[in-house]
Design a protein around this ligand. Structure first.
Ligand code: EPZ
Length: 421
């Protein structure tokens, strides 16, 4: 099993180019199912989750040409609508094929995705959304079996809880439905905006883009035509992660190809901790600060502070000069990184869904274990500032969502090597 070996304490400097957003790319790839013509996607991140979803489309019968950041996907040849357990178990975002398969083929069977380290991850809201459009959904031997023999019909979908994936499935289900669908309490993440704009371009008119109330004019069974290439938006979580690298190592680093609008909360929180920034077009430079102040964070849906940045900020807070309080409101178990950060000498205490981070003078390198994608990046951040050597095991978690992490960090002076045990 691969592990990362990091020599901490180095000053970093230079530029990091931010890749395309994994979480937007996954929804965009699923949306190509709605077309019977070839679609070109660009600026894809080179990460495992993207390859997994492209493999699923291939298993369904689609033709996929994929190199590094570009994919050409032709779903005219899809011959199966059964997303098998072996793939869905690897990546729960495979559930995003539910809406488009149902909308285009009027039936599908998608394995129930497992939970994961951060929580139970139910899909009840996804099912409620497609049932509102007339689908009949049953659970059979671990599979969600959805049928709509007469096709989906436009209707009102009210989400009592904001769900990114649920909103994406609702949008894609509504895209080829007969009539207009209104989605109330929709997620507003940048990936929802990108998906909505893509569906618009493909011929399903979407109104209210960027708001919590979306209106989708379905094509009534006519496949969408994504005639223009779709360029994946920059990854706001990758960008926030590298800003945290700069903050904890007291280094001046510049991120290129970012969307500054999408990382406002990360910038604002690091400013509150004492960091300065220089912003020019799609580049952001973080200026070092000798002493970081404590920070208070409550995770919430976009445009609030993202849960996907919670672990990374906790790592930075371990070396602040004051206490920090971090409350996780979206997932019930997203503190798996706490015990591993404490192994590096941090002083973090948990009470329910609140973590109290008390300042320590230094972190000391140790052997630690990654538990989920963002927890892994928090351990890398801490290791870069820890004294001595840190070994991070189970880094397959990292490979799911960070494109060429070691290369990008080495290019700005980090001593980081991937080794085999
Ligand atoms: C997406 O997951 C992201 N994944 C997650 O990023 C991110 O943490 C999450 O949104 C929140 O921003 C992808 O986009 C592939 P949700 P998703 O549905 O869609 C509950 C990463 O690190 N819920 O918005 O699964 C759910 O349990 C990953 O890149 C239901 O109760 O998240 C959670 O408490 C981790 N029923 C809350 O809603 C449902 O049917 C938010 O979940 C669906 C969700």
């Amino acid at each position: 099993m691969d592990y990362l070996e990091i020599e901490g304490g180095c000053k970093l400097s230079g530029n990091v180019t931010i890749s395309g957003a994994k979480n937007s790319a996954l929804a965009v790839i699923a949306a190509t199912i709605l077309s019977d013509k070839e679609v070109t996607l660009t600026n894809l991140p080179n990460v495992v989750d993207i390859r997994t979803l492209l493999k699923l489309l291939t298993m369904l019968g689609a033709k996929v040409e994929h190199n590094d950041t570009v994919a050409k996907i032709d779903c005219s040849t899809i011959s199966s609508t059964r997303a098998v357990y072996e793939i869905v178990a690897q990546m729960r975002a495979s559930i995003l094929v539910l809406g488009p398969l149902l909308s285009r083929f009027k039936h599908c069977e998608v394995s129930l995705p497992g939970g994961c380290a951060i929580g139970q991850r139910p899909i009840d809201l996804h099912i409620k959304a497609v049932e509102a459009l007339g689908a009949e959904v049953t659970l059979e031997q671990g599979y969600v079996v959805a049928k709509a023999e007469d096709g989906l019909k436009g209707n009102k979908i009210i989400f009592d809880k904001i769900t990114v994936g649920g909103t994406e499935n609702a949008l894609m289900a509504a895209a080829m439905a007969d009539g207009v669908t209104e989605i109330v309490n929709a997620a507003k993440e940048p990936e929802i905006v990108q998906l909505s704009e893509m569906l618009n371009m493909g011929g399903a008119k979407v109104e209210g883009i960027g708001t919590g109330r979306l209106k989708v004019h379905g094509t009534n069974g006519k496949p969408l035509d994504f005639s223009e290439p779709v360029e994946i938006i920059p990854d706001r979580i990758e960008a926030g992660t590298y800003l945290c690298v700069g903050a904890i190592t007291n280094s001046e680093i510049t991120l290129d190809k970012v969307n500054v609008e999408h990382i406002q909360t990360s910038i604002e929180k690091l400013e509150a901790m004492g960091c300065d920034f220089y912003i020019k077009n799609d580049s952001v430079t973080i200026k070092p600060v000798a002493e970081l102040k404590g920070v208070n964070i409550v995770t919430t849906e976009y445009p609030g502070f993202p849960t996907d940045m919670q672990a990374q900020f906790m790592a930075v807070a371990t070396l602040a000069s004051e206490d920090s309080l971090i409350e996780e409101r979206l997932f019930e178990n997203r503190f798996m990184h706490v015990s591993e950060l404490n192994r590096l000498g941090a002083d973090i205490w948990l009470k329910g869904n609140v973590a109290a981070v008390r300042p320590v003078k230094e972190l000391i390198g140790a052997e630690v274990m990654a538990t989920d994608l963002r927890a892994s990046s928090a351990l890398v951040i801490a290791a870069l500032a820890a004294k001595g050597t840190t070994k991070i095991r189970r880094i397959y978690h990292l490979d799911r969502g960070y494109d060429r992490l070691e290369e990008k960090l080495s290019n700005i002076g980090a001593k980081i090597v991937r080794k085999k045990s």
